[in-house]
Design a protein around this ligand. Sequence first.
Ligand code: IMP
Length: 208
Amino acid sequence: MELVFVTNNPGKLQEINSLLGDNFQLKSLKDIGFEGEIPETKPTLEGNASAKAFYIYDRFLVDCFADDTGLEVEVLNNQPGVFSARFAEMDRPVRYTGKKELTEANIEKLLKLMDGKKSRKARFRTVISLVLGGKELLFEGIVRGKITSEKRGEGGFGYDPVFIAEGHSKTFAQMSLEEKNRISHRAIAFRKLVSYLEGSRDIIDGNF
Ligand code: IMP
């Protein structure tokens, strides 16, 4: 069956493709000829994932899924959460043009806010909205851990240099991609999605 992943991020496509069996043909937005920007304006991860999936479903009438991820820090009332990507731009009239520059500023803001905080508990949370025939199902993946007091490691992206998963001593940025993909929030959510899709393939294909 064909399924559109509402993303143009090749890393994410590759990660889920490696989990999906041959029964699924995964397509990206580019594959279906969609080149625009999908607004992410909802106040929750669930809202954004859902809005993105229905944005494509309503226009193309294709089965699809979309994801949204945030870093939730307990002592900061779960901030940056849904605003993780543009945390540093929220309260300042600054627009960062470079992605690297924005990521640096996001981390710097987070570490400043965490200065002197006793609890450094945090979690990454991914929500996936799957829309099949216009009906929606949500899947969630969580990895708990803590925020370090300084950056460590060169790999990964986003907040990886300042996040250590529970039971580990390396930051996500110090892990290999395979190591991170085994335990990450996104991998957990993807695996739940894949297990649902594999389990209900006959129903989806109309074989019952
Ligand atoms: P997205 O929903 O996957 O685009 O993620 C939104 C933002 O959350 C990203 O721009 C990153 O700042 C952050 N983020 C998501 N996943 C990760 C991760 O695995 N490591 C570090 N930061 C992440």
